[in-house]
Structures are given as C-alpha cells and as structure tokens.
Design a binder for this molecule. Structure first.
Ligand code: 3H9
Length: 721
C-alpha cells in the first residue's frame, strides 16, 4: 500500500490506497518501513512522500475507529518521519486532509500543486486532529488561523495554506517534479529548525483572548457540539504547555471524543450519506449497472414557491429551464423572485455576478405546455391535486418527444396513478424537492412499478448535478419523508391537546438537537398551507370536517391547527400562529397567552382532561412513532436501507447529524426498549394506527440479545420481508 522507489538520490514513498489514500493499517506500516529503509539506503539523500492516483492523503481510515486499534499509531509513524536524519518532503496534490495533513506537518518540508485542498475536517466527524495536529498547526500558522481551521473543519486551498506558512512552495504542474527540484535546495540544510516539535507558538502571549473570542463564536455557531470546543482547548494547550504535555493532553481529548455518542453518530452519518445515492431496484438494476441519459434541457410546470425554487436549482447548475405558468402575473412574479434569490446568492458569495447573469439567461417563461415539446425532462410542480396532475401528465405525454422524462414534485400522491395517465409509465418518476427547494439539500426520488432503471439513474444523476443528496424510495402514500414525519407531527399536536403548550414541546425537541420545534416550523411554513392540504385530503375522501371532529375513519385527529386557521393565525406571514411575532423582530417566536387560552377552551369543550407531559414522553412519542413507521417502510421495501431514512431525516427535517437519524437513534436506545415502549403507547392510544407495532421491529426485538445496527441492516437487506 506504499510503493517504495529510488530516483537518483531521492526515495519516493507513494501512498497507494484508493480511492482516497486513507491511512489504514498497511499504509502506516508501509510509510514507517519506507522511512526506515530510506534512512538505511546509502543512495538516498532525501525522502518524498507522495500519493498515487488522484490524491495525496485524506486522513485516518475512519472505519478503523470502530475496531480495536492495530499496529503502529499515527503519532508513532509521525515521530519516525520527524526524527528522520534525511529530510522528508511531502508532495501534495488532491487532498491533504486530517491525518494526511498531520503526515505533512511531521515532514520537514511541504510542496503542493496549486489545486490542492488542505484541512483538518476531523471536527465534522466529532473528533480533533489527534496526531499532534492541534499542537503543530499553531506553530506554523499562529493561533487565530489554527483555531478557525481546526474548529470549523473547513477545507482551504493551496494559496491560503501557502500564505499561512503551511506550504513552502506551490507549483502549477506535476508536484513530484516540483518536489524533486525543491530537494536540490534543501539537501544538506540543518533539519532541527524544520522539526515543528522543536519550535514554539509565536503568538502564545495572546492565547487567552483569542481562545475566548473563538469560543464565543463557535458556541453560537455549533450549538450543542462538543468537538469544536475540545478542538479549541487543545489549540490553547499548544500555547500554554510544553509540546509533550500538550500532545499528551491532545491524545486524552481525542480518546474522549472518539468514544463520545456525538462522534459515533457523526461517523455513522458520514457513511450513511455516502451510501444513500447507491440505489438498487428490486429487478437488480443499480447505480453501478445503469447508465443515465444526458439531460440538456428541462421544463418546470407551476411558478409557485416550489416551481420557482426548482428552477433556481436547475439554472444555477447550468441547465436551461422553460418555466410554464398560465397565469402571466404569477409568472412575472416568479421570474422576479428567481432573480432576487440569485442576487442573494451573489451577496453571500455563493456565485459571482457573471454566473448570476448566465443563470438568468437559461430561464425562459412560457404560458402553455406546448413549449415543452422538445425538452429532455419536465418537472411538474403544481399544487397537490391528483386529477390536475393526471391531466397535466396526459397532455405532456402527447406534447413531449417520446424520450422526455416526466417527473412530479408530488409529496404524497401515488406515482403509479400519475403514470397511468400516460403511455410512457417507464419514463414517469417522482422528484420530491423540499421547501425552499433552492436551499434544502434533500431530493427524494420516487419510483413507480413501471419506472425504468434508466429513468431512475437519470433523476439520481440530475440530483447530484444540482448539488442534492438523493435518496431513492418506492411509491406509496406520502413516500418515506412525509410518511415517517407524519406521526412525529401528530404526536406533537396530541400532546398539546393533552396538556403541553406548543413552546413546551418545541423546547424539548430543540434541546434534543432539532434546530426548530414542530410548532415553529409550522408557523414558518404556514398554518394555511397545512389547512389547505387537510381540506384537499378530506374532499378526496368525501369527508366533512368540523372543529369538533376528533376521529376520522377511526383515526384520532386534532383540530387545534384548524382553530388557529379560523382565527386568521397563519403563522409568521400574519404575525400570529402557534406563537406571536413582533413587527420589530418578525422572526422571533413569542409564546402567546391567547393560544394557551384557545387550547384550554378547546380541551374543555371536547372534554379532554389536561395533564403534565414530561420531557421524556415528548421525545419518546415523537421519535418512537416515527421509528415504528420507519420500520414499516423498511418492511414494505418502500425504503431499501435504514441509512436512507436517516439521510432523509437529516436533510429533509434537520435531524441533528450527530444523532444519526431515527433509525440510528433506535439502535442507540436499543430495539427491545423501543419496541416495548411502542407496545405500551399502542395500548394507551388505540386510535392512532401509527402505534400498531411493526412486524419487522417485533422480529428484530425478539432476539435474546440486542442486535447491533449493522447486523439488523444486513438482516433487512438479505431477508425476503
Ligand atoms: C483523522 O484523520 C484523524 C487523525 O487526525 C488522528 C488519528 C489518530 N476513511 O467522499 P467520497 C471513502 S480522521 C475511510 O465519496 P469524494 C468513502 O466512504 C479523518 N473511508 O469521495 C467512499 O467510500 P465508498 C479525517 C473514507 O471524492 C470513498 O472513500 N479525514 C475516508 O467526494 C470515496 O469518498 C476526513 O474526515 C476515510 N477517511 O470526497 C476526510 N474518506 O466508495 C473524509 C473517504 O465505499 N473524507 N472514504 O462509498 C472526505 O471528506 C471525502 O471523502 C474526500 C473525497 C473529500 C476525501
């Protein structure tokens, strides 16, 4: 895994561990032995560490953190590099990340290609750079840069690294050639001043001020996360302790983080995110054996919030869009909105003015579907009405060329039903974006019974192109996102009916790690929006709802949100919803005694006795109901693997990344305990079908011992459920 070769007076150690040249056991052994061999080799005057393939080295092998450590650690290897009698040059191209950057900092010199990316991303998986990275970087760059880089985990380019002294030189072309040329200048030079362990932090006198400033900032930015704080503390130690003392303390802090639940959750999330796009269909087609078709032109139907947001995603990625809206006023308004969103991106430095202008040129408004005849893909984003969508698809089928893919942004409706309005069900697929579509990263792609593998491959690829995290699910009512989220929201409302106030439920869930409780989210998205959806559903089912309705087709419902609607409290947009909002600070929710009175009166009128609801009950009822539904989704093969559901919750509902997602959370609590509690809630709340225990969960929980998540994941993928 490390290729050793000698080129004249240079030993070249080439890390060869694709795809990212992680520092796995064999790589560490190979580098250690390579340094030893080169020092013993009389021909060799200097040593170059380089990466084979696309990259230098992306850090420790994250999978190895979950198994007992074996062989030489990174620090032992690093000391062998630093102690080398012959100069060691790290020649960097691609990435030098985490342990990779630490290897470079153990080296005496660092040269890089100008396109290289450098950084310490450990904090993003709940760790700190534990091979002396927090002690060495400040010795090179000073404290302020090191604190920012290590606590944020951001990747920076070679120019910035050079400016801060991390790189000795940058080149345009082949970095190995540059390292060879560079070696001529340094062979024979004394090495001690190049050994970072022999140097000091130059701005150590300011450490306390810098620490306090950085701490205040990260506490605001990374609420509830432990790793950024320990990163800062370790950098502070580099200025307050001797090198060896600070390094020993760094090792202790690293160990603390490694076993923390946050890091375990973040490491799980790292791999879950990478596994989600690896889709598979029941017929055996998968990402590896299916080629997508090239999408060069698109159409979006409907210029409402969703349609406009989707158009932004497409034109921003350089894909032309014809936006169809028959209401000219709405179309004009949407084009203005799109332009405003892009201007916002320029202000936030997410795109240049030139890119904004180019993107806008890719947008064309139209008033009829006929304009879509020649596009490669159409995304329909009209409001949630099955008959309307069927009619549109029926017309598109006649208008569009035979190869055009027809996608629906429906968030609940059956894709098979929509597809059956066309003669090309193989080219019909759901592309469920989340609002606001130009911000939310999740794209839930939904296949129907007849959707072809090529169609699936194409929407998964398109999602990647526009910067989305794509998850593939099978059609069913509300798919995976809304279906598993529905019981979560329902239980939150039921608890308000039983005794809690909206702010009580929100606070508990925010303390759990959700950025916003469900009632604040509801105020943001609009009480009127939810009301309209409920009316549509009732109409479709032929039901009449009143404010006194407590059960619908045998299912418990609550009409509290409808009462708010009747009071004209539509949320933030009207300054009043579950909370009230002052005109001076229209985004800050303030608990409202009028809402409390309305809830109490509702309960009195309906004969509901209110009681104290403990925080633990809030967590369990919201999350366990979602977990139960998630297991059903797996059982019915609507989602292929538990990781898909967790990724949906992270990117669709902002579930805290360190919490993994509902499936990972269930594994942490233990499936037996979760199942027992679900059975208790089922008895307590017989009119909520989301508490009927999932058979799959029952099966997994019935094992004599608790099964770890990787085992039940294997069970799900191998069994014929
Ligand atoms: C560390 O270094 C600790 C030390 O300070 C102290 C130790 C004592 N390990 O992302 P991609 C896999 S902590 C294992 O799709 P890209 C990944 O799962 C580490 N596997 O590619 C995927 O596998 P698969 C600090 C890894 O080009 C495949 O490689 N370093 C690792 O979009 C391709 O990955 C980091 O945190 C790894 N370190 O992005 C860097 N990295 O094909 C983490 C990747 O089976 N890595 N894999 O799905 C990254 O940020 C991105 O992978 C990178 C490439 C930017 C490198």
């Amino acid at each position: 895994m490390v290729d050793y070769s000698v080129d004249r007076n240079l030993a070249i150690l080439g890390i060869n561990n694709p795809p990212v040249n992680a520092l796995s056991f064999h790589v560490r052994e190979g580098l250690f032995n390579g340094i030893k061999q080169a020092n013993a080799d009389r021909r060799v005057e200097a040593i170059v560490i380089t990466g084979k393939g696309k990259t230098y080295c992306s850090g420790a092998d994250i999978r190895e953190f979950s198994i007992p450590s074996a062989g030489k650690g990174l620090v032992t290897l690093g000391h062998r590099i630093e102690d080398s009698d012959k100069p060691v040059i790290s020649a960097i191209h691609g990435n030098a990340l985490g342990g990779g950057l630490e290897i470079a900092l153990f080296s005496h010199y660092r040269v890089a290609n100008k396109n290289a990316k450098i950084g310490f991303p450990e904090v993003l998986i709940g760790l700190l750079p534990g091979a002396e990275g927090t002690i060495r970087l400040p010795r090179v760059t000073g404290l302020a840069f090191a604190m920012d880089a290590i606590a944020s985990g951001r990747r920076f380019d070679a120019q910035e690294a050079h400016k801060h002294g991390i790189l000795d030189t940058i080149c345009d072309g082949d970095v190995l050639q540059e390292a060879k040329a560079f070696s001529k200048k340094i062979i024979g030079q004394p090495l001690d001043q190049r050994r970072l362990s022999k140097t000091h932090v130059k701005d150590a006198a300011d450490v306390d001020i810098k620490f306090e400033e950085a701490l205040a900032q990260i506490k605001r930015k990374y609420r509830g996360l432990i790793a950024p704080i320990l990163c800062l503390k370790s950098v502070r130690n580099s200025a307050k302790m001797s090198f060896d003392e600070a390094a020993a303390e760094e090792m202790r802090l690293f160990g603390e983080l490694l076993t923390s639940s946050q890091s375990i959750g973040l490491r799980y999330s790292f791999f879950a995110e990478r596994s989600a796009p690896k889709w598979k269909l029941p017929c055996g087609a998968c990402a590896d054996n299916t080629t997508p078709v090239d999408v060069k032109t698109t159409g979006v139907i409907g210029a409402g919030t969703m349609g406009s947001g989707i158009a932004v995603c497409l034109i921003r990625a350089g894909i032309p869009v014809i936006l169809v809206e028959k209401n000219q006023k709405m179309l004009d308004q949407a084009i203005k909105t799109i332009s405003r969103i892009l201007t916002g991106s320029v202000k936030l430095n997410r795109m240049t003015e030139k890119q904004r202008e180019h993107s806008l040129k890719l947008l064309k408004g139209a008033s009829t579907l006929d304009e879509l005849a020649g596009v490669d893909m159409v995304i329909e984003a009209v409001y949630e009405n099955l008959e309307l969508k069927r009619e549109i698809f029926h017309q598109l089928d006649k208008i569009c060329k035979s190869s055009t893919l027809l996608c629906s942004n429906t968030s609940t409706l059956d894709i098979d039903n929509i597809a059956s309005a066309t003669q090309r069900p193989d080219k019909v697929v759901g592309t469920h974006f989340f609002a606001p579509a130009y911000i939310m990263r999740l794209l839930e792609n939904v296949y129907g019974t007849k959707t072809s593998p090529t169609t699936v491959a194409t929407v998964m690829e398109l999602g990647k192109r526009i910067g989305k995290i794509c998850v593939l699910v099978k059609t069913c009512y509300a798919f995976v996102a809304n279906r598993t989220n529905q019981p979560f929201g329902a239980e939150a409302s039921f608890m308000v009916e039983e005794g809690a106030l909206p702010q009580d439920v929100d606070t508990v869930l925010e303390n759990f790690g959700m950025p916003m409780g469900p009632f604040k989210v509801s105020d943001l998205s609009g009480i009127d929006v939810g009301w309209r959806i409920r009316q549509e559903v009732a109409k479709a089912l032929g039901l009449k709802l009143t404010l006194e309705t407590r059960y619908r087709m045998g299912e418990r419902i609550t009409t509290l949100a409808d009462r708010l609607y009747e009071m004209g409290r539509y949320g933030i947009k009207t300054g009043k919803g579950w909370y009230r909002y002052e005109p001076t600070n229209p985004r800050k929710p303030i608990p409202d005694p009028d809402v409390a009175k309305m809830i109490q009166k509702h309960c009195m009128d309906m004969g509901i006795e209110r009681r104290n609801i403990p925080a633990q009950e809030v967590i369990e009822r919201c999350l366990f109901s979602a977990i139960n539904e998630s297991f059903r989704v797996l059982e019915q093969r609507i989602a292929e693997k538990p990781e898909d559901i967790d990724v949906i919750w992270q990117y669709g509902f902002s579930f805290p990344r360190y919490g993994g997602g509902p499936m990972f959370y269930a594994s942490q609590v233990g499936l037996k305990k979760v199942f027992e509690k679900i059975c208790i809630f089922h008895e307590q709340f017989p009119y909520s079908s989301h508490w009927v225990p999932s058979d799959l969960l029952r099966k997994l929980a019935s094992h004599s011992t608790e099964i770890p998540m990787d085992k039940w994941t294997q069970f799900i993928s191998s069994s014929k459920l």
